[in-house]
Design a protein around this ligand. Structure first.
Ligand SMILES: *[C@@H]1O[C@H](CO)[C@@H](O)[C@H](O)[C@H]1NC(C)=O
Length: 220
């Protein structure tokens, strides 16, 4: 009996602590540098809001996601965004979407969204997709081949990718749990940083010859 009471109490404690906020509010912008004198500048975590009486249907609307993006580029893919920059009504709502087109053997290279989990649905084609868990979970690759109608989830913050392994174009629609998910493309961030990260440093970090690093930095 004592044990049951203890367990019930413990369960209530867990419930109470999970009802209280378990982590900081999600930031809605990449950086928000604090200032000493708030009167010098005012920023909000997101965007300012217009008078709700002035809201129009067009504030919650976007068209054109039926049209393929241009995949004639080095990686053979294109992304059309439907986030708060295209749909102002999304401000504060914690959600957005993208259409992604892939040429045959095109890829959406390894990247992460610092502020969003993504749920992707394949509309056409065959995609090899995956994400990699963090160091704590031993950098485990969780990957799968998706066909038309298949759905896959990329958890917030984790590095993930999609690769069109079919001989035809592929199309996917994804929803993301932020009005402004952000994108960090790994190769661009590491080898394309501006100004460049010291090649000697990257050479050791990636265990690559320094000339290979310089070559990569020139490409990105
Ligand atoms: C990660 O690797 C360690 C050491 O091999 C192991 O003890 C642990 O169970 C692994 N964790 C997971 C989530 O695979």
């Amino acid at each position: 009996m004592r044990n049951v009471q203890f367990l019930t109490g413990f369960a209530l404690l867990i419930l109470a602590s999970s009802l209280a906020s378990a982590f900081d509010p999600s930031p809605l912008q990449d950086i928000c540098v604090a200032i000493d004198e708030p009167k010098n500048a005012v920023f909000v975590n997101g965007k300012f809001c217009k008078d709700p009486k002035l809201a129009r249907p067009g504030d919650f609307f976007l068209s054109g996601l039926d049209k393929p993006g241009n995949t004639a580029n080095r990686l053979g893919f294109s992304v059309k965004n439907a986030n708060v920059d295209q749909i102002p009504g999304l401000n504060t709502l914690g959600i957005s979407a993208v259409r992604i087109d892939y040429a045959p053997y095109g890829q959406n290279p390894p990247h992460t969204h610092p502020r969003a989990t993504e749920i992707l649905t394949v509309l056409e084609g065959t995609l090899y997709v995956g994400f990699v868990t963090s160091n704590q979970l031993n950098n485990t690759l969780v990957a799968k081949v998706l066909k038309k109608g298949d759905v896959f989830v990329f958890p917030i913050g984790l590095i993930h990718f999609q690769f069109n392994i079919g001989k035809t174009n592929a199309v996917a629609i994804a929803a993301l749990s932020s009005q402004n998910p952000g994108v960090i493309t790994i190769a661009n961030s590491v080898f394309g940083a501006n100004p460049p990260i010291n090649p000697d440093f990257l050479s050791k970090a990636f265990q690559l010859d320094v000339d290979v690093v310089k070559d990569l930095e020139a490409k990105f």
